[in-house]
Design a protein around this ligand. Structure first.
Ligand code: NAP
Length: 340
């Protein structure tokens, strides 16, 4: 039994972690919840008991065995080392440590073996979009040898935190009639105001997720760099266009991949369908995958416009496999390997 800390326990990912720990009967002897000073002092239910939310910045961390962080990159930068130095493994959902060469970036089904001999007490959980892509990509890489990946994402608003969900909800609630009129006859209306996203997300799509870094965006660079690191293919050519869509939960990705060897349509579908954590679905959608553990893969086609090329559409719940579930699976792997 383990003493577990959930940092960012009041947030969206924190809420899913709390329920997944219970769903999977995680061996918890003591649970502690941490968040910012805004929610310190409130209580959250865990298995029928009220647990006090502690201020992450002035709590005593001693005694924790496993800590799962979903409190944003700045909090992770400040707190992760302190908690790790107190003896706990830190599994971090934020971008703070992912590209640190000393820190393993882990999807257990793909590179969980890294946990066997890492000396780092901080383990990074990948970005929610990359996570969805690497499971099927790893399977296809083993079969045909990956050379190049081109991806276009359709990312849900919950990927931008609770405030992203609130923004879409309020735009749909207050201005849906005006937005639908605009859709049908192009009549000019004033768009609902936006604060979280760089344009109105209700009834729209925005080809800017994250912020610009030259001509790319932070989300696009994460997809490129994290895929290379997780797959262990530092020279893999990856190109991504990340787009925010008015979907609450479930990131979708249209992927075209080029291989060393010629891919076979039926063989690829069979291999994808029997990959751990993946389910084949002819027409996968985000609504269908919301609340599910598996990544759904469908629309598999040989791309005859290019050499040795295969296309597919991949969908995953960004709050579950994209964040909370993968973090809990990392904790389970550490336990199975006797590291905790
Ligand atoms: N959403 C996703 O799909 C997704 C996927 C993968 C990774 N992540 C990562 O997971 C983290 C949380 O995402 P989310 O969607 O759950 O966000 P969220 O719903 O906005 O929740 C943020 C959580 O972090 C806490 N927090 C914020 N600032 C803090 C600080 N300075 N010190 C301590 N706690 C702080 C908040 O506490 P209060 O209640 O006190 O404000 C809240 O519990 C982010 O790092 C994000 O990059 C998210």
């Amino acid at each position: 039994m383990y003493r577990v800390g959930v940092f960012g326990a009041t947030g969206q990912v924190g809420a899913v972690i709390r329920s997944i720990l219970l769903e999977r009967s995680f061996p918890v002897s003591q649970i502690r919840f941490f968040a910012s000073s805004r929610s310190a002092g409130t209580k959250l239910d865990f298995n029928g008991e009220d647990v006090l939310v502690e201020d992450a910045h002035d709590a005593d961390f001693s005694g924790l065995d496993l800590s799962i962080f979903s409190a944003g990159a700045s909090a992770s930068k400040i707190l992760a080392r302190k908690v790790a130095e107190g003896g706990s493994y830190v599994i971090d959902n934020s971008p703070a440590w992912r590209m640190d060469p000393e820190v393993p970036l882990v999807v257990p089904e793909v590179n969980g073996s890294l946990l066997a001999d890492t000396s780092s007490k901080i383990i990074a959980n990948p970005n929610c979009t990359t996570m969805v892509a690497v499971l099927p990509l790893q399977t296809l890489h083993k079969l045909y040898g990956l050379k190049r990946v081109v991806a276009s994402t359709y990312q849900a608003v919950s990927g931008a935190g609770r405030s992203g969900v609130d923004e879409l909800q309020s735009q749909l609630a207050t201005r849906s009639s005006e937005l639908s009129v605009l859709t049908f006859d192009g009549r000019a209306v004033e768009f609902p105001s936006h604060h979280v996203f760089p344009a109105t997300i209700g009834a729209n799509v925005i080809p800017l997720a994250g912020s610009f870094v030259d001509h790319d965006t932070t989300e696009e660079l994460k997809f490129v760099q994290e895929s290379q690191k997780i797959l262990g293919l530092r020279d893999l050519k990856v190109f991504a266009t990340c787009v925010r869509v008015p979907v609450f939960t479930g990131h979708s990705i249209s992927i075209t991949a080029e291989f060393e060897n010629t891919p076979d349509h039926d063989e690829a579908i069979e291999a994808l369908g029997s990959t751990s954590g993946v389910r084949y679905d002819p027409v996968p959608t985000p609504l269908q995958c919301a609340g599910r553990d598996e990544v759904l893969v469908g629309r598999v086609r040989v791309d005859s416009s290019a050499f040795n090329s295969l296309a597919m559409f991949v969908v995953g719940d960004n709050l579950r496999k994209g964040a909370a579930l993968n973090a809990v699976q990392i904790a389970e792997t550490l336990i199975a390997l006797g590291r905790v």
